[in-house]
Each structure stands twice: as C-alpha cells, then as structure tokens.
Design a protein around this ligand. Structure first.
Ligand SMILES: Nc1ncnc2c1ncn2[C@@H]1O[C@H](COP(=O)(O)OP(=O)(O)OP(=O)(O)O)[C@@H](O)[C@H]1O
Length: 753
C-alpha cells in the first residue's frame, strides 16, 4: 500500500490567496488600487463601419464608438472618465494590446517532425482556433494601417499572462454577464471564456468544488448527471496553468513543458468529449495556450506519444495511457510531476476491466526508487525533481454507498472482505494516495441521484415483442432524439439494422466498432444539423459521461444490470437543467430486477429498504398501434435476420475457404457442417435459424422489401374508416396540414409523459 506523500497540505494556500488577489485587482496584477475607471485613450474604440447602403446607416459615420461603458465625471467636474457597465468584465472595455503581444501561430499536431511545436488545444478543436487566428491576423492588418500614435502605450508594470492578454478579444465579446462567478475569484481569462461560452452562472457542483480545489484540497465530488462536473475540475486546472505561466514569465523563465494534469476516463468517447469541453474553455480564454494530449485506443499511438511529450493536460483511457507511459522514453518521470490527477466516472474506472491499468498508472506515478524506470535515460535519473504536490480529484454521479459514508465520516471502515477484494473501490481509493488524510467529500445532491428534469417510465411487454413496443414508442415520439441502450453488441447490430429497415435514422455505437466509426456515429447523432429524430443504438459504452445536447429520450431496450448503470444511462438526457424521458422496456422476467434497481436509486436518505410502489410511471401503449405495426415489424425482422445471417455465413465461409486453400484441401460448406455436427445439439437451433434466414433468395428479399416499403408509405391507421372520412367525423384539413402525430391516421391519445 502506498504511503502518504510527505507534503504539507497547506503549502499551496499562500499561492491560492495570491491568485485570488491578482484576479480581483484588475488588469495590473501589481496595481491593487485600480478601481476600473479609465481615461478616453484607454478605451477599445471601434470604427463605425460604413453600411452597404447609406440609408441603412445608424450611429455616427466616420467616427469611433464603444459599448458597455458608464461615464464618470471626475470630482473637479472637468475630465470625463469611463467604467465598464455593471456585469461586464472591467477589462473588456480596454484597448487591445499592440501586435507585439501575439505569439507564434500553431500548425497543429502532425506526423511530421518530432520537434514540432505542440498546440494549446486538442486536435479536434484546432480548426476553429486556427480559423480564429487567421481572422485575427486579418483584423490586425487593417488596424496596422492606423496612424502609429493610435496604438496604446503599454504600462511596463502590466503582466502579460494575467492582464492585457485577457482583453484581446473581450472587447468584441457580446457574451453572457458572468458576475455570478465573481465570488470564485477566477482570472479574467477564464471569466472571458465563460462569458463567451454563455455560462452565466456556476452550477452547484462548480460553486462547491472550484474553491476547494483552488485552495489545494483533494476532492471527491458527487453530483447528478449533466450537472457540470467537467468544468468543476477543468476550471481549477486552467487557473493553475495560467498562474504558473504568469509566475514563470515574471521570473523570466521559460515555461516547463511537463504535463501538469492527468485526467483518466473510462471510455474513449468520454475522453474525447472531456478534451473538447476543456479545449473549448482554453480556446475561449484569451491567450491561454494550454496544450492537451488525448490518449485513447484506436488512433495513432506515435502521434499521441509526441503529443504527450509537450502537453500540459493529458486526457486518456487507462489502457492507452499505460501503453504509452510504459513504452515511452522518460514519460513516467515526466508524469510524476503532475499537480492534478483527475479520476472521472471514478466508480466505473476503479472497478471492472480498468482495474489493472489504473493500478499500474497509480503505482508508476508514486514510485520513488531510483533505477526503477526502464524508460528513463541517465540524465533524467540524475535530475532531482521537486517533491510531488499532486492533488487528487475524483468525480462521479454515483458512488458505492459504503464509501460515500466513509468519506463523509459517517461510518467506520467496514474492513473485512472489502479489503481482501482487489476490485473493491475502497482498496483503489487507498491506492489513489490522497495527499490529505481526509479528502473533501462534496455531495451536491445526497438524496436525489437523478437529474431534476427527468421523467422515468416503464413499458411492460412480452420478451419476444420488445421490437414491436420499441418501434411503437418511437412512433409516439417522432421528433425525439433518442438513445436506445442494449446489453449486447449483437443486439446493437440487429436493432440498428431493424430500425433502418423501418426507415428510421438509426446509428450504432459499441466497442467492437473501429474507433473512427464510433466517433462518426456520435458526431452524426449529436450534430445540431442532424435529423431531430435521430436514434443512437448503443451498449453501455455510451452510458457514462457522454454529453450530447438535445437527447429527448433514453430507452432501455434491455433492463440495465445495475442501479448505477440505470442512473448513468438515464443521465444522457435531462442534462444541464433540461427535461428528458427515460423509459425501460421490461419483459416479465425483468420486472423483479427493475423494481430492485428502481428502489435502490430512489431510496431516500441512505437506503432504508425498498420503497413500496415502483417509482416509474407505467406507460400504456395503445393496443391498436401495437397490432397495426405488427406486420411492419415482422417484415423488417425477416429482412434484418436474413441480411445478418447472410453476412455471417459468408464471412465464416470465406474464412474457411481461405483456410482450406492454405491447407490445399477442398471445402464444401454442407459437408463441413455435417462433420461439425451443426444443426444438432447445443446452438444447433440457432444455426438452423441462421441457415434458414440466409436461404431467402434475392428475389424473395426484394419482395419483402417492396411489401415493407408499401406499408411504410402509409400512416398507421388507428381506427379511421372510409366511412368516417367521408362523413366528416375527422378534420381532414388538419390531417392534410400535418398537424398532430404524422405517423398515425386517426386520433391517438398522447402518452402524456
Ligand atoms: N455553468 C454552466 N452553465 C451552463 N451550462 C453548463 C455550465 N457548466 C457546464 N455546462 C454544460 O452542462 C453540460 C453537462 O456538463 P458535464 O458534461 O460536465 O456534466 P457531468 O456532470 O460531468 O455529467 P455526467 O455525470 O453525465 O458525466 C455540458 O453541456 C456543459 O457544457
């Protein structure tokens, strides 16, 4: 078991105080007396542009103007001075710095030279940044044509990192009023970024966690899904970066290229999203050029190695992080200097399949003995590193209840078999080697685990009719972006094809897909321009952390196997204060486990036993809908099963044929099946079914497709007969106008859920 590292937890406190002071004191960090009042020449005047047509002109042509200022008259009554309007960052009204401040442009990570200069942001966010830089360059050119005396005179006392650099784009910014963040004492760069991102108010978890992290504490943060946990740790990380960089610049030193933070994520998609989210914060913070290395499987390892060599923040999945650390040269030593270790979705990351790699990484970060690093060259071995001051930040929406109580100091260590069980979270939390005896446990919503705007429902149906009920449910909510969860990869494959055959825009996501295809599915599903009825069919690889705007509904096609999975799956909707629905399609044999998990999730005040009534609303799908779409489902199933079986058999056949060729023998598939006893014994039924499904001929398949197409071209008629239509019993005009649910013909009570 690792020992507590020798470090005074309070050692960082003076630094934090200084940071707060700097943030409060305005652009000149040394100038405590600045009251935000500036003279006319300090303002960021912009020229009034000429409109295309003169009659469209408003304002003063040929003059300069400025927004967002209040006029102050000096006590003598003579000179006019200015102050930023309430709610606007004070420095946002100031003149921009001269061109000399602009650093070199960055070309992005590439597979080219190993000595390339790395970036401030992850590869994905780079194009936007590059575009912005090009734009700034153009603007600069225009400004350079101004007479020289128009350039502001720089106060030699002003610090670049913390002062004017923060104003570069702030003057043009129409972002949100961020005064609600004032109490957190953040730097102007970060306030500008939050304003641009339109994050006007910190969320509860951000309000509680940011000050604790900035004060140097280890933090275990628990808050419901979609409540903004990423920035709760992302903001302090960037604060630390800016502060350190400012210090180095003051001392005239070059900033070190060693990473300052490692963020571990359980899935690739989440790692990409974290990089994007934190990358956005960096990109929008003027002149904050922190660099992110994204280490996930499925993408070029060499490129990631190079990124890591020059990164400030490393984000990755444990497997790839360990793969790179254990083979790279001197990388473990570099990583030992990190100031923050963030374990996101901790309960997942610290259990199940990730255990081994996480343990390796943690072990390597804390290893002290010399000569213990096969990847370290001699010079590095000699170099004395400053003692480790790592803060550990652990976040999730769900935590093991015992652990929760233990960390909150409410119960004693239960010991016994928990300690013996290697996978147990308690063991690994010890491994995390918090530097404080008791990390701060911040539980934002100890009672309610689910997001406030979430409605939970259940649809009960026979196990073999889940397709039918899923499809019916989707027809009830035609304009809903929906995420469908299943418990297996084969179910994802089958359901995606089934829904596609039913002409629904379905995409697949599971861990056996190539990484690029995985990212493409998420991108296509989440793009604001994508079909608002998009459906993503996924395994639990999408259950954790994925932040996709506008998911209206989560459907559990298979009941989740554990309560935390239910919380995280459902948490993909109703995020950041939005509303959403979560519906379990439940077969009779799943009812008991669903009731158990719902009771766990909704148990009040510390799991005092199951609650009596199922806390999920029972949804009644109209029987007429189910019976009228049955033929569609049968046709779509036949087509899907046949396509999948054909693909499978042809893949197996190809493999056997080429193996036979290699061996120089003849291959006959029927003979081979006979010899393998296929069709008899265990699995024989499935094999027979596959054979049968694949034996549908091309023309039969075409017939089925044509029949399905015909069915789909008509609305589902739920009780409107010709007689009614002609007798004027329904509003044909309204039907033609496309009012109501377009999928149905006739009146259908909505689910009101
Ligand atoms: N202060 C804020 N104001 C408004 N929106 C915010 C704020 N902070 C974060 N958000 C937005 O809220 C959404 C959810 O944030 P985030 O992904 O960090 O949630 P989370 O708590 O980590 O969720 P999960 O537990 O599911 O991983 C994101 O789209 C993010 O951009």
């Amino acid at each position: 078991m690792g020992q507590k590292r020798g470090r005074d937890p309070k050692a960082q406190a003076p630094e934090s105080k200084k940071r707060k002071k700097a943030a409060k004191s305005g652009p000149a960090a040394d100038d405590d007396s600045w009251d935000g009042v500036v003279g006319i020449d300090d303002l960021n005047w912009t020229e009034v542009a000429l409109p295309d047509r003169l009659e469209d002109a408003t304002g003063f042509l040929g003059l300069e103007e400025i927004d967002g200022v209040d006029i102050i008259r000096s006590s003598g009554g003579g000179e006019v001075q200015f102050k930023a309007k309430e709610g606007k960052p004070r420095k946002s009204i100031l003149k921009k710095p001269s061109a000399e401040n602009n650093g070199e442009e960055w070309d992005g990570f590439s597979d080219g030279e190993p000595n390339e200069k790395p970036t401030a942001v992850p590869a994905e966010t780079q194009p936007a940044k590059d575009e912005k830089k090009t734009k700034n360059k153009k603007e600069k050119k225009v400004k350079e044509t101004k007479p020289k005396e128009a350039q502001p005179k720089r106060d030699p006392n002003l610090k670049v990192g913390l002062s004017f650099a923060a104003l570069e784009e702030a003057g043009e910014d129409d972002g949100a009023d961020v005064s609600a963040w004032d109490k957190l004492g953040l730097s102007p760069e970060i306030l500008t970024s939050l304003s641009k991102l339109n994050f006007s108010t910190p969320t509860t978890v951000q309000k509680s966690c940011i000050p604790a992290i900035l004060d140097g504490h280890d933090v275990v943060g628990k808050a419901s899904t979609g409540s903004g946990k990423t920035l709760a740790f992302g903001i302090p990380l960037l604060e630390h970066y800016l502060e350190k960089r400012g210090k180095k610049e003051d001392e005239g030193k070059k900033p070190k290229s060693d990473p300052m933070a490692l963020i571990l994520s359980p899935t690739r998609e989440l790692a990409h999203q974290l990089a994007k989210h934190i990358g956005d914060l960096i990109t929008n913070a003027p002149d904050a050029d922190a660099r992110i290395a994204l280490l996930t499987g499925g993408l070029s390892i060499q490129k990631q190695q190079r990124q890591l060599a020059n990164a400030d923040i490393v984000i990755g999945t444990p497997g790839r992080v360990w793969e790179i650390l254990s083979t790279g040269s001197g990388l473990i030593r570099k990583m030992q200097g990190i100031k923050f270790l963030v374990v996101d979705e901790a309960d997942r990351l610290l259990s199940e399949g990730h255990f081994k790699e996480v343990e390796e990484i943690l072990g390597a970060l804390d290893r002290k003995e010399q000569g213990d690093f096969p990847d370290m060259d001699e010079q590095e071995e000699v170099a004395e590193e400053e003692p480790s001051v790592r803060q550990t930040l652990v976040f999730s929406a769900t935590f093991h209840r015992d652990l929760q109580q233990k960390l909150a100091g409410k119960s004693r260590w239960t010991g016994g078999d928990l300690m013996d069980k290697k996978e147990s979270m308690e063991y690994l939390l010890k491994k995390l080697n918090f530097r404080e005896e008791k990390p701060k446990f911040i539980d934002v919503n100890p009672v309610q685990q689910m997001a406030e705007g979430l409605k939970e429902g259940i649809v009960e149906c026979p196990a073999m009719e889940k397709d039918l009920y899923l499809y019916s449910l989707l027809l009830y909510y035609p304009k809903h972006r929906t995420l469908v969860f299943t418990n297996s990869i084969s179910a994802v494959r089958r359901l995606t094809q089934l829904l596609q055959n039913l002409q629904l825009p379905a995409l697949a996501l599971h861990s056996s897909m190539a990484q690029k295809a995985r990212l493409r599915s998420v991108e296509r599903f989440s793009s604001p321009t994508s079909n608002p009825s998009s459906i993503l069919v996924a395994t639990d690889v999408a259950a954790r952390g994925l932040d996709i705007k506008g998911i209206d509904c989560v459907i559990h096609y298979h009941a989740p196997r554990a309560a935390d999975t239910y919380v995280h799956r459902s948490g993909r909707t109703a995020r950041a204060g939005a509303v959403g629905k979560s519906v379990i399609i439940c077969a009779p044999e799943e009812v008991v486990s669903v009731a158990r998990l719902a009771a766990k999730v909704h148990a009040r005040n510390g799991n005092k036993g199951p609650i009596k009534k199922l806390p999920l609303e029972s949804l009644d799908i109209d029987r007429r809908v189910v019976s009228r779409v049955r033929t569609r489902i049968e046709l779509a199933r036949k087509i899907t099963d046949s396509t999948i079986a054909k693909e499978k058999i042809s893949a197996e056949d190809n493999w056997l044929r080429s193996a036979a060729e290699d061996l120089g023998v003849e291959y006959d598939s029927d003979e081979f099946d006979e010899s393998q006893g296929k069709g008899r014994g265990r699995g024989g039924g499935r094999h027979q079914k596959e054979k049968q499904a694949s034996s549908i001929t091309k023309s039969e398949l075409a017939g089925l497709r044509a029949e399905l197409k015909h069915q789909l071209s008509q609305r589902v008629n739920i009780g409107v007969s010709e007689r009614y239509l002609t007798a004027g019993r329904i509003d044909i005009e309204a039907l033609l106008r496309g009012e109501g649910n377009n999928s149905f013909l006739g009146h259908l009570d909505p689910l009101d859920f």
